[in-house]
Ligand binder design. Structure first.
Ligand SMILES: *Cc1c(COP(=O)(O)O)cnc(C)c1O
Length: 397
């Protein structure tokens, strides 16, 4: 049965090109884990994870064991990191599907170790990534407290530390000092791990899109090499075609080459579309939508479109944003309803039921980006993407 027309188009070749472009920015031994958590930032894990693998990604990053199980079905040979940690009872599934948990507390170590022992895992046969809290105070072992955690590895433990990981929380601040401080704290932890852990971890996993495109990637690589580790970066947003905005921004002379190259080369992967359901003419004085927050000051032509805030369109965009129809900008008038929205097409001749409307993406020479949505909705592109509701079909193009 044909569905209500509200859908997202995913350009998997743009996604693959973005991965290859990011690859071209780093040295060959640097690993780029493709971050596909939260259903690939709303872009469909089932479409994007295999695209990442076919573009050369060896590692996928997801949030949870349940996301990992879905990724495993789509990508039988990829390495899959569980970045949000494992929860009680999830150890057996993590082992069964060869998922690699990020760990930072004893309960998690217990969970994965017990599951590994249950299946008779040989010593050092189950890799985990150990997260260090280098300053974000979100997850990770404090650098001064890794002794007891390290004591859980080695000997006959089935676990081994394959990567030391941390997350940078201010790598989108040009010229800031936070990342330097984080890397110092990380270095304290790495030197202790390299001394005390039976085998040397392979990777130092640090840095998301902003670190990769800004100025931090070189410092991460230097730190990794100093201890005989290989750098791993974990881009998400850039894979979906957006270079993060830096705030404060770079000074004119200090703009990183990788960032300007990214602005020219990354291609948006997602387009969000609907169709005009019906068109009406209203007289001057007509109130439009809940509470009549828009009143027509002259006769107007209005188009009803088949999406609302339950589809993920932020309600703050009512009376404050325009969508694209027939290649032109049509202002949203009145409040956005749960499932419907009204746009003003008075100035756009010929609009009729069935016309395609672009909510996010391009049409003709006009484009609406996730940054445009985020600016008006007072949020960030990551949230704009991830809250496009699951009832909106994702279609590969
Ligand atoms: C989401 C996430 C990333 C990717 O971040 P982007 O800014 O989208 O590139 C990397 N690492 C961790 C731990 C994350 O949670």
């Amino acid at each position: 049965m044909p569905t209500r027309p509200c859908w997202v188009e995913i350009d998997t070749s743009a996604f693959k090109e973005n991965y290859r472009f990011l690859r071209s920015l780093v040295a060959p031994e640097t690993e780029l884990m493709a971050i596909v958590k939260a259903d690939a930032y709303g872009h469909s894990l089932n479409l994007c994870a295999p695209a990442a693998v076919s573009a050369g990604a060896r590692w996928l990053g997801v949030t949870s064991v349940e996301e990992g199980v879905v990724a495993r079905l789509a990508c039988p040979t990829a390495r899959i990191a569980i970045m949000g940690g494992i929860f009680p009872g999830q150890g057996p599934a993590a082992i069964e599907h060869s998922l690699t948990p990020v760990v930072w507390d004893m309960g998690q170590v217990d969970e994965i170790e017990n599951a590994a022992r249950t299946v008779g895992g040989a010593s050092g046969s189950v890799p985990v990534h150990l997260e260090i809290d280098s300053g974000m105070s979100r997850q990770g072992v404090a650098p001064g407290e890794i002794g007891p955690v390290l004591a859980r590895f080695g000997g006959d433990s089935p676990l081994r530390i394959e990567a030391v990981m941390t997350h940078l929380y201010a790598s989108d601040e040009a010229g800031g000092e936070t990342t330097g401080h984080q890397l110092q704290r990380l270095e304290d932890a790495v030197s202790q791990i390299v001394q005390e852990h039976a085998t040397r971890p392979q990777w130092l996993s640090v840095g998301a899109s902003a670190a990769l495109l800004g100025t931090d990637a070189a410092a991460i690589a230097t730190l990794a090499h100093r201890y005989g580790l290989k750098p791993m970066l974990r881009p998400g947003l850039a894979l979906y075609g957006l270079a993060p905005h830096f705030s404060p921004a770079f000074e004119a002379g200090e703009f990183p080459e990788s960032l300007s190259a990214a602005q020219g080369s990354l291609r948006p992967v997602l387009a969000w579309k609907t169709r005009v359901a019906s068109v009406r003419t209203v007289p001057a004085g007509a109130e439009i939508g809940y509470n009549g927050t828009f009143v027509a000051s002259e006769p107007m032509r209005l188009a009803l479109i088949a999406l609302g805030y339950a589809d993920g369109l932020d309600r703050h965009l009512g009376n404050r944003f325009s969508l694209l129809v027939r290649g032109e900008r049509a202002p949203i008038v009145g409040r956005i309803s749960m499932d419907q929205t009204v746009i003003d097409v008075t100035e756009i001749p010929g609009v009729e039921p069935g016309d395609e409307v672009v909510i996010l993406g391009s049409q003709g020479t006009e484009a609406v980006s996730a940054f445009d949505h985020a600016d008006v909705a007072d949020t960030i592109p990551w949230e704009i993407f991830t809250r496009i509701s699951s009832r909106v079909a994702r279609v590969a193009v």
